[in-house]
Design a protein around this ligand. Structure first.
Ligand SMILES: Cc1cc2nc3c(=O)[nH]c(=O)nc-3n(C[C@H](O)[C@H](O)[C@H](O)COP(=O)(O)OP(=O)(O)OC[C@H]3O[C@@H](n4cnc5c(N)ncnc54)[C@H](O)[C@@H]3O)c2cc1C
Length: 393
């Protein structure tokens, strides 16, 4: 169907806005992130100055609607921002990703009162946080969680432990998945989600040490008789927790796919540069066919991953169900990141193993992408299930 003149004009304006936003992100990355990333990452330091600059840019409100103080960007523009950030330092994208999953959950599944109370504070970055689903005994099988919220007078009382929570130390508010009816069948009917702000009974257990994804804090969160008011029950109704989690993970999967594209592209960039600088047997190594073939596969993976990610983000823009597209994008782009990081390291020979070169960080960061926001094993299961649903015989 052809666009009307007004629609075509609006689309052009949106593209122009996107171009300007991406240019300002590029300037921010060049000035504020690139010069400091290697030191902060190796020393595992939370990037306070970068966070301050991101607040000024409005990135903590990137996808929060303008009426609640955010930038109101489309998921597809947001995905392009995440790709660019991850090309420079993936951990920085994690600081806004899980925060915005929490905001997305409130926006899509919260009550109007919750949107008005929380989203403006999330948008400025004054209140930052993330998503608390995983527990020591379960990640994939979320319906097996044991953290429980029991009604007591005017409050709910929460007890349990969450682990691997991104922004757990520097964040102050988390979308917390609990059981409000541990005996319910099916199990998801007894699950609810709360906005849990740090306070009495809610403490950080410990910081978790990681292979990569450093700078960003991953923590265990402990709830001991933590009291939370019913106003913080997302959606205002018990039993909606899995629905909220799934809504958040839809955006999360596009986030992670975009990170995969960024990391895969960074690995390619490094390999293309180095293979022209390094010579063996009298010629630059890119002229050895064994290296040229790797480069061809790497660039093909980047382009394919970007297209799948755009397709998934565009489906989210249109408000369509996108688990099929997001699953394929997440699976392909994150495996592309891992493969490209490994190939970039091989192309760098011994230098790829040196902490003075970027590729060793890419090699440590990439595997996380295959685990977070639903492991790639689970993505394959979701994709296959949807494939059969779409093609019944
Ligand atoms: C750095 C980091 C940051 C994270 N940030 C967060 C966060 O902010 N919030 C949060 O809630 N969680 C977070 N996580 C947790 C992450 O989401 C989980 O680790 C992930 O979902 C996998 O869960 P698990 O570790 O319990 O693995 P398990 O569920 O125990 O899975 C172990 C293995 O079994 C496979 N498997 C499990 N079930 C099936 C099945 N049915 N069929 C086939 N294979 C299966 C898995 O794919 C995996 O290979 C983070 C993790 C890391 C490492």
């Amino acid at each position: 169907m052809a666009l009307t003149a007004d629609e075509a004009h609006a689309a052009e304006e949106t593209q122009e806005q996107e171009r300007m936003i991406l240019e300002s992100i590029d300037r921010f990355l060049e000035r504020e992130v690139a010069p400091h990333a290697m030191r902060l990452e190796h020393e595992d330091i939370y990037p306070e100055d970068i966070v301050a600059a991101m607040k000024e840019l409005g990135l903590f409100g990137a996808i929060i609607p303008e009426e609640y103080g955010g930038l109101g960007l489309r998921p597809s523009t947001y995905a392009k921002i995440i790709e660019r950030i991850s090309r420079v330092w993936m951990s920085v994208s994690g600081i806004i990703n899980s925060h915005l999953i929490m905001a997305h959950i409130v926006n899509k599944t919260g009550t109007e009162a919750q949107r008005q109370k929380f989203l403006p504070r999330f948008a400025t970055g004054e209140v930052r946080g993330g998503l608390a689903l995983t527990e020591p005994d379960c990640g994939t099988d979320l319906q097996a969680i044991r953290t429980a919220a029991r009604r007591d007078g005017n409050d709910y009382v929460v007890n349990g432990t969450k682990t691997w929570i991104s922004n757990g130390i520097h964040g102050s508010c988390f979308a917390l998945l609990v059981k409000t009816d541990p005996e319910a069948e099916p199990r998801h009917a007894g699950m609810s989600m709360f906005l849990a702000e740090k306070g009495d009974g809610f403490r950080v257990g410990r910081k978790l040490e990681k292979l990569g994804y450093k700078g960003l804090d991953s923590a265990e969160l402990v709830f001991e008789d933590y009291r939370v008011p019913p106003e913080n029950l997302i959606g205002g109704e018990e039993g909606q927790g899995m629905r909220s989690a799934i809504t958040g993970l839809e955006l999360g999967r596009v986030n992670v796919a975009a990170r995969g594209v960024g990391v895969a592209q960074a690995a390619l960039d490094e390999a293309v540069k180095y293979s022209q600088q390094r010579s063996t047997f009298g010629k630059p190594i890119y002229r050895h066919q064994a290296i040229a073939l790797k480069l061809a596969d790497m660039v093909t993976r980047v382009h394919a991953a970007r297209l799948l990610t755009e397709q998934a983000a565009n489906a989210l823009d249109r408000g369509e169900r996108s688990d099929f597209e997001a699953g394929m994008a997440k699976l392909f782009a994150t495996e592309a990141a891992l493969e490209n990081a490994t190939e970039a390291m091989r192309i760098h020979g011994g230098y790829g193993y040196s902490k003075e070169f970027l590729v060793e960080r890419l090699y440590r960061d990439a595997p996380l992408l295959c685990i977070g926001e639903g492991t790639n094993e689970i993505q394959r299961i979701i994709i296959a299930k949807r494939l059969i649903e779409q093609n019944p015989v």
